[in-house]
Design a protein around this ligand. Sequence first.
Ligand SMILES: CC(C)(COP(=O)(O)OP(=O)(O)OC[C@H]1O[C@@H](n2cnc3c(N)ncnc32)[C@H](O)[C@@H]1OP(=O)(O)O)[C@@H](O)C(=O)NCCC(=O)NCCS
Ligand SMILES: CC(=O)OP(=O)(O)O
Length: 324
Amino acid sequence: MIIDTLKEKIKGRGIRIVFTEGWDARVQEAATKLAAEDVIRPVLLGEKEEIEATAKENGFDLTGIETMNPAEYPDIDKMAVKMVELRRGKLDIERCRKALMSTNYFGTMLVQMGYADGLLGGATYSTADTVRPALQLVKAAPGNALVSSAFLLLKGDEEYMMGDCSINLNPNADDLVEITLQTAKTARQFGIEPKIALLSYSSFGSAKGECVAKVAEAALRLHRMPIDFAVDGEMQFDTAVAPEVAKLKAPKSEVAGQANTFIFPNLSSGNIGYKIAARLGGWEAIGPVLQGLNAPINDLSRGCNATEIYKMAIITAAQKDMDI
Ligand SMILES: CC(C)(COP(=O)(O)OP(=O)(O)OC[C@H]1O[C@@H](n2cnc3c(N)ncnc32)[C@H](O)[C@@H]1OP(=O)(O)O)[C@@H](O)C(=O)NCCC(=O)NCCS
Ligand SMILES: CC(=O)OP(=O)(O)O
């Protein structure tokens, strides 16, 4: 299984991952397990008293686990100066100092300045609040027009990828091309050879609409590019995964009926889609894994459990060696 493979690669290397919600019981459960197994070096951010109170209440042993409180960080002035520089006139030193008192900005700057290898947050912060500091301060990696995200869906031996379910509200055709390229790369990094369906409520012209045209245009642009993975669209979800439906609706497509990676036309469909798979379909949804960002920083769903946090921390640490 992909998580076990990644775990073996990172184990014992002391990769430092900061958790922006160090006071959260689910985060502490995952962090204590990761530390005990020597998989990563977790750093819990937040007020020491609050972190210790959660640990006491839940019987977690935090011995050997580092905690950091932005309010007591000795280099906060140096960090604020660096943040002003990164925001290039958009924030003054006072506003930077204030922003750094929240663990999402503080943790992002720890990664940006190389004091930590990666960051995982979003167990209580919303996605926007988790991701915004990274977009502002770490930014998209060279060669990436935007940052997007993907979920890994697991059930037994079955694995699928879905993007973008958490960042880009209403991607245009160019954005969908970028999201597809990024998701193909992430799929390969997770051992999935991507067969990508660009999803829609239409299969190859069976229905009309602005959103259909946008997805069809993205497929056309991808077909004109020198790519080395299978991609097709626009197509409906049943066309993408059910061979008998594909035979009827898209007999010429090499992806239809066999897709393992799905690109949604917008955030509404993507976010709703992955949550239906997770909550009604019984799929384990690991993510959102951020793609195209200049450092390993990832989000969680506020509905996540300790096991999902544990797996996302492994992915975050493994991204240290990946071209993300
Ligand atoms: C991601 C998100 C927070 C960014 O938007 P925002 O907070 O309004 O931030 P801004 O538009 O002010 O952008 C802030 C910076 O991020 C950059 N940015 C915004 N979206 C980006 C993207 N997708 N990729 C790369 N950079 C991006 C902007 O260029 C800007 O950079 P600058 O300040 O250096 O000029 C916003 O798109 C969002 O809320 N997405 C949906 C998140 C969500 O609620 N998901 C549902 C649950 S998972
Ligand atoms: C990814 C996601 O949907 O996050 P949340 O559930 O926290 O809104």
